[in-house]
Ligand binder design. Sequence first.
Ligand code: TRP
Length: 332
Amino acid sequence: MEEQKKRMLSMVQPSGHLTLGNYLGAIRNWTTLQDEYDCVFALADLHAITVRQKPADLRRNTYEVLAQYMAAGLDPEKSVLFIQSHVAAHAQLAWVLNCYTMFGELSRMTQFKDKSRSHADNINAGLFDYPVLMAADILLYQPNYVPVGIDQLQHIEICRDIAQRFNSAYSETFTIPEPYLGKMGGKVMSLSEPTKKMSKSDPNPNGFILLMDKPEDIMRKFKRAVTDSDMRVVCREDKPGVSNLITIYAQATGKTIEEVEAEFEGKGYGEFKPAVGEAVVEMLRPIREETERLLGDKAYLEKVYRDGAQKAERIAQRTLDKVYRKVGFVKR
Ligand code: TRP
């Protein structure tokens, strides 16, 4: 008999554009996990409104991120792909879990403290409650693993605490999920400040590459990438800029670090940087073209997210029904 696949769930907020860092650090790895795991991926639009969004931008970004996910290889035939707000159970379970989450433990969340500082004019209850909604997102689907960046580890930790608390108050209801840091593609660093992670919120647009950047912009950003005065293409701790470019080139071409170092032995940055740019242009070209094609086919995207919501709902409703019964709600 075929062994039951383990389940994996992850979500991203559909705010803004995806970077090369999102792609190499997360999405590309997810695409390879689709055969090994039973995967659920969603766009966290309910989370997105914890900070102010322009409605038209949120709507467009949601379509764009969905199209980019699919263009990057997330396959709606293999994985469940949906939009969070389409499955009512997320908000419903979040309410119940609120009553099993302590004010004190939410007050300790570092992301809440950071965001309260950066959005001081809008410290709303949703921002405070964000980790509980995230716990609901996860626990509804009973996943074994949740791939996340380290910035989200504290949220996985509180999700586990809430799940354990509920399980011990009633009986086994939720699978306790584990964070999946895996052998992720590693961190992609900023091209302008290579000791910092590549981020689309970098005020210097030369620091990050967007999946939708035009080839000439990608080339320009790599040619300007910060390196050092040593001119040798080797991966070393005291050469963060060059090391970052080597890692990117290796991932874009499928070569090892040693192979890249050997390829550019005796050649300077003048030859190396454009080579990295070209490799990234070629890696991203099919993704950009496919994203554009998908965005031109709204009817298909709509079919994908509708089918996805239906599949997600079936799984989520089963968990929600169980929870409602356990806490003592009268069955409708
Ligand atoms: N908070 C996550 C982030 O900003 C997004 C998210 C929402 C998420 N719900 C989730 C991630 C559930 C994993 C699982 O990156």
